[in-house]
Ligand binder design. Structure first.
Ligand SMILES: [Fe+2]
Length: 165
């Protein structure tokens, strides 16, 4: 069992439990933030294995990618707003500064889904869109649809009928 990553998830859940006590308006409920963080991490691991990227780094970046929204409650500019909280989160972690910085950049840049970034950034963007799709969110923007189709193809899923409607 990967106790280290489970501990990271526990830290994330404790943080989200604390944030849930705040009486701010949220665009998404805390339970979604927990579910999305957890499933994105596993999708990120799968993508990382396929693409030759470090799986633990990918899982952590994916789990943390919406941290800016956890704090602000809002979708608006949540990716760049994640910079400070993700740096704080990673401060305690025993990994190299380079590994941490790559995670920080992946969080900051994950909403730029019309752009191609580093392999880690691409994993975070693809895991995000796959998870939203698999949880039934309508993927509407054309560049989101093309990214989703490409990511599905990575898993050997070649066609999703409703995407073309
Ligand atoms: Fe996001």
């Amino acid at each position: 069992m990967n106790r280290e990553f489970i501990k990271d998830l526990q830290t994330i859940f404790v943080l989200l439990d604390q944030l849930e006590k705040q009486t701010i308006d949220r665009d998404f409920p805390i339970i979604w933030e927990k579910v999305h963080a957890t499933s994105c991490a596993q999708i990120g691991r799968m993508l990382a294995e396929k693409r030759g990227v470090d799986g633990e780094q990918a899982a952590l970046a994916c789990a943390l990618h919406d941290i800016g929204r956890w704090i602000s409650g809002r979708q608006y500019k949540h990716a760049p707003k994640g910079e400070e909280p993700v740096r704080d989160f990673l401060a305690e972690k025993k990994c190299t500064d380079e590994t941490k910085e790559q995670i920080v950049q992946a969080v900051i840049n994950h909403s730029k889904k019309d752009e191609i970034g580093t392999p880690l950034e691409e994993i975070v963007k693809d895991a995000d869109i796959l998870d939203c799709h698999w949880y039934g969110e309508d993927i509407v923007k054309p560049y989101h649809i093309s990214r989703l189709k490409k990511a599905l193809k990575d898993f050997g899923i070649h066609y999703v009928e409703e995407l073309d409607k």
